[in-house]
Design a protein around this ligand. Sequence first.
Ligand code: ADP
Length: 165
Amino acid sequence: MRTAVYPGSFDPVTNGHLDIISRGLKLFDRVIVAVLVNREKNTMFTVGERMEMISEATRNMLSERIEITSFDGLLVNYVRERGADAILRGIRAISDFEYEFQMALMNRKLLKQVDTVFMMPDERYSYLSSKLVREVASFGGDVSVFVPGFVEKRLKTKCGGRPDV
Ligand code: ADP
């Protein structure tokens, strides 16, 4: 049984994250989506809300092989605790590479047996980030092609708009 931990802020989950989860499911028997707790101060959605949205968004995606959790502190400690085999990350563009490269090597230094597996999303999502989605939504822009419909509604509610317009 091969297990990967897919860590991130997921504030909120986007179609890019979902693309990486479904690709991860082709390589791993189980994907643990782990929402980072220790950055909560600056997030738009609470950890609970973020987990709930991931859960809803993955409902039709082999969900018995996906686990949605949260973690606090050092990622490698969580990976060790869960007995996972790999860390799953998405690479969108070269700009992601340097940070991801450093982090992957640092994590491997801290936990020798764990490698990071990088996957590239469909090119439609290569410029998509939660941050950009939050920004566009906060100015009333249309984010319907970037996030599931119910996430779009949650964004509208958070940003003070009417939920169903
Ligand atoms: P962001 O806030 O930038 O969306 P997260 O911390 O939620 O990022 O990202 C978690 C992981 O998902 C990271 O490996 C990130 O590179 C990846 N990721 C985020 N958005 C996308 C996307 N559109 N396509 C592929 N991978 C993505």
